[in-house]
Design a protein around this ligand. Sequence first.
Ligand code: ZN
Length: 198
Amino acid sequence: MELYSSKINKLIEELAALPGIGAKSAARLAFYLINEPEEHVKRLSEAMMDAKRSIHYCKECYTLTDSELCPICSSPKRDHEVIMVVETTRDLAAYERTGKYEGVYHVLHGAISPMLGIGPGDIRLKELMKRLEGNVKEVIIATNSSLEGETTAMYISKLIKPAGIKCTRIASGVPVGGDLENIDEVTLLRALEGRVQL
Ligand code: ZN
């Protein structure tokens, strides 16, 4: 016998499919939404649809943005000759929160993982190489310190070296296997300042 009506089950199922939401949280959220005023649920669902429809990749750095160029890429105050390579838009946000990084970014949207069958062609590497044809004096590799992040860092440094561009890796102040977005600003800054040449 089903515990709830099929429509509630469907809602719980959809919520449970979101990252970090288990079955119990999904049920709690579902009942919360059902008990909220219709106006609130409408605002929430419209915000989701609106974000989904209007957000796309920045044509320069591939972060998520709602304009053609993201605010960082279109800012004349940033140093466009220093590119920090990160795995996700959330990692970019983590470095932006430090307020101290003045270069621009390149978002790979993943990392190389032979185990998961994710190869160099599955992340935004080609696009990075294309950017390096312009004026770039340093590429800072800030992928996570997981196995995938390290593999990706190594792969990128091998690609970049022949071009004679300075290539650095953020220092290991970032704990092994740590996601950048969960690390405090001071540690991130220390990792950036202590970066080593590859
Ligand atoms: Zn951008």
